[in-house]
Design a protein around this ligand. Structure first.
Ligand SMILES: [Zn+2]
Length: 70
């Protein structure tokens, strides 16, 4: 789980319909954030009623050290 602003390349997919809160997505409908290629990779919960969290899908996302020369 990361801060939503830690993954600026992801974008919200829509429409969220019932999974839209009053100020942002509830995150109750499963993955709602896509990477630039269109693959759904994370769930964003960012309504005013709760914490703003970005849940990365463990099956579709992996971590590596940022200072690694690729
Ligand atoms: Zn609200």
């Amino acid at each position: 789980m990361v801060h939503p602003k830690d993954a600026p390349d992801l974008h919200l997919t829509g429409p969220l319909s019932i999974h839209q809160g009053c100020c942002g997505p509830l995150g109750t409908g499963g993955r709602n954030m896509a990477c630039p290629c269109g693959a759904l990779v994370a769930t964003l919960a960012a309504d005013c009623m709760g914490p703003h969290e970005l849940h990365l899908d463990p099956l579709r996302v992996y971590a590596y050290p940022a200072d690694t020369t690729m």
